[in-house]
Design a protein around this ligand. Structure first.
Ligand SMILES: [Fe+2]
Ligand SMILES: [Fe+2]
Length: 324
């Protein structure tokens, strides 16, 4: 078994509101409390942290909390999707709001340097449009590409990852698929912008996540990944492996086939579940997948794929993953 690094978005340990439980699914937690919970997960060593966080918590306090929990930071996610950005961050019609998004992302870049993290994670969830005729598509796409291109040019020492998703909260997100995101990145023409591929977002978008990973790798742009699960019609952010185990196995098979190395990161929202149990469950399944990749008959699988033999390939994959 290879030595894996497991991570999680710190929001895994938060409590959530939605448009029905407007009182939340539990009492609110501070960032420090979330870090202390993350520290209780077996095998978790890195976290992605949203910024800015509450002003009554200093960067030093966060650093101390991370240290006592043996955690380091993989990425900082600027919150460019809150009320101020309800009409978009990089694509906002107001140039002042677009500037504010740029400033927030630059502040996130400073935190990445401070924590020695790997990247600024951009999730422009409000960038896009809702209604027919609302948007000048050429303008929206230009804003999307230029906004991130400007940011990456201002910080050539850092990596920026774009996490695409088809929709929510915007009805149509600008960076909605692996192909559109690669097109945008190629248009920027910069070496320090890549994709963070969220397995669930690819499923939700009707993609085969393993194929999405292969495409991003072939363009040299797979900088990070998240795993979770969903019922394919929404970004449910359920526990990894609970709904689509065979596709998750194919996703990691593709990463290993390409010798891709990086953190195996959870992006789950355990609304009604115990967050520690949900993280441990997912990581246990990911370890099982890693073991299954060791057991897999790689040559036989390649031969089956060369024949495009669906049942033959399934038997080999199933044997390794489920043992029958
Ligand atoms: Fe994600
Ligand atoms: Fe998501």
């Amino acid at each position: 078994m290879s030595k894996l690094t497991f991570g999680a978005g710190i929001w895994h340990f938060a409590t959530y509101l939605d448009r029905y439980a407007t009182d939340g699914y539990g009492p609110a937690k501070t960032l420090i409390e979330m870090i202390d919970l993350a520290g209780q997960v077996r095998d978790l060593s890195v976290v992605d942290i949203n910024a800015p966080w509450s002003p009554d918590i200093s960067v030093d306090e966060v650093e101390v909390a991370l240290k006592r929990n043996n955690l380091s930071v993989i990425g900082i996610t600027p919150e460019i999707y809150t009320r101020e950005f309800s009409k978009g961050a990089f694509t906002n019609p107001d140039a002042g709001v677009r500037r504010r998004a740029n400033e927030m992302c630059n502040q996130a870049a400073d935190l990445v340097r401070r924590f020695g993290a790997s990247y600024v994670k951009l999730w422009p969830g409000q960038d896009g449009w809702d209604y027919p005729f609302q948007a000048d598509y050429k303008q929206i796409w230009r804003y999307s590409v230029e906004g991130i291109g400007e940011l990456a040019s201002q910080n050539p020492d850092l990596k920026f990852v774009i996490e695409y998703k088809p929709r929510e909260p915007r009805v149509h997100m600008s960076y909605s698929s692996v192909a559109r995101t690669l097109l945008g990145i190629e248009a920027m023409g910069l070496p320090n912008v890549g994709i963070l591929l969220d397995f669930g977002h690819a499923l939700f978008g009707g993609e085969s996540p393993a194929d999405s990973a292969q495409l991003a790798i072939d363009h040299g742009r797979l900088f990070g990944m998240d795993v979770n699960d969903n019922l394919r019609s929404w970004d449910d952010d359920m526990v990894a492996g609970t709904v689509h185990p065979i596709e998750l196995f194919e996703f990691f098979y593709t990463l290993r086939k390409n010798k891709w190395e990086g953190v195996w990161q959870l992006d789950q929202f355990p609304f009604r579940e115990n967050c520690l149990e949900a993280a441990d469950m997912a990581i246990d399944f990911l370890k099982h997948i890693d073991g299954a990749l060791d057991r897999l008959d790689w040559d036989a699988l390649q031969a089956a794929q060369d024949r495009q033999d669906a049942m033959g390939a399934q038997k080999i994959a199933r044997q390794a993953l489920f043992g029958f």
